[in-house]
Design a protein around this ligand. Sequence first.
Ligand SMILES: Nc1ncnc2c1ncn2[C@@H]1O[C@H](COP(=O)(O)OP(=O)(O)OP(=O)(O)O)[C@@H](O)[C@H]1O
Ligand SMILES: [Mg+2]
Length: 407
Amino acid sequence: MEDILVGLDIGTTKTCAVIGVMNENNMVEVIGVGVTPSKGLKNGVIVNIDNTTASVVKAIDEAELMAGYEAADVIVGVSGQHVKGQNSRGVVAVSSRNRTIAAHDVKRVIEAAQAIVIPVDREILHVLSKEFSVDDQIGIKDPIGMSGVRLEAEVHIVTGASSNIQNMIKAVEKAGFQYRDIVFNPLAAADAVLSRDEMELGVALIDIGGGTVDIMVYLEGGVAYSTVLSIGGIHVTNDISIGLRTPIESAELIKKKYGCAVLDLVDPSEVVEVPSVGGRPPRKLLRQELTQIIEPRVAEMMEMIERELMLSGKKEMLAAGIVLTGGASMLDGSIEAAERVFNMPVRIGMPRDVAGLADRVATPQFACGVGLLKYGLRMSQLRGKKLSPDRGGSVFGKVKKWLEEYL
Ligand SMILES: Nc1ncnc2c1ncn2[C@@H]1O[C@H](COP(=O)(O)OP(=O)(O)OP(=O)(O)O)[C@@H](O)[C@H]1O
Ligand SMILES: [Mg+2]
């Protein structure tokens, strides 16, 4: 039986389910999509399990109906400020008598690199290998089969608060689905929107959602930095709601329809219509006045992201620039607003290289959902069969997971 998986992105504003299979051309084929507003989250973290479960049921039902298949296992995304990335190194002596590096040496060195102190209330989500060194030779991608006496690994470890991760799992299980893997959102989004070349050259993926900004920096094909900020498009909507004294719902509509992040891009004579509260007639407003509310907030968000990039120490290495994705990147002028602050080329990332209902998911809002599906299908292909979740399992499980991600 074909492996039909669901990429499940439980975001702050919307929950989306993307059902798909790996087709005969080895491409991810989307066969069903469901999107519904999320009610139970704040800044990417579940604050109400029952409401979240209801959103999960609705999104997957909708996707199943479109697909004409019952969903099998689910790949769940996780984000929120509790998720942290850190780099670590490990060193081992090559054990075999002929000093040829074998798979078990790689396993041992990754184990060594994982030997960091993790507080009891946190757990490891990913151990991502960046590169290896064999004796004095650095920058090796695949050391198996090489000769040497000392093997060193550089990894990026992503951890999250156990309680938040457990709540994600609970919400999915209460909805009646089994999760196969839990994946840090931007790792999935990167899978959907970045090219291998960009990852090699150096790129920062920035997913601007409703309540979180996920940042993931790739250098030489590996993850070099990752973090999450508690900001997003909701802040912009709130500012519009207050600034124009209009309900949140209409502020959201106005933002999507007329919003712009950069004043210079707006025609000074352009007029837009704002619905009023309490049955009063709609008001007319210069689009520039609306932009004056949005511009400073977007600039502030970009500056917060810029600070993170500077803090990472990797900003000067991003030869492929910045890729923005997530719903809030769809705001008119977001590229210009970002380029002003980052001073480097910026593009919008949409899901790429998918077959089937590709046009249904061809917006930045689906980057994470499509990425989760891609990630899950690729992983199950590498495993060759269905496996129980390996997250939090034995160290070997994690190493195996890493190996699969890497090879
Ligand atoms: N066309 C548009 N113009 C401006 N903003 C938009 C547009 N479409 C969506 N957004 C904004 O994108 C945000 C939602 O993005 P997304 O769906 O990626 O977030 P999420 O995954 O639900 O949340 P998060 O990732 O933060 O948990 C909302 O704030 C919404 O207003
Ligand atoms: Mg999101």
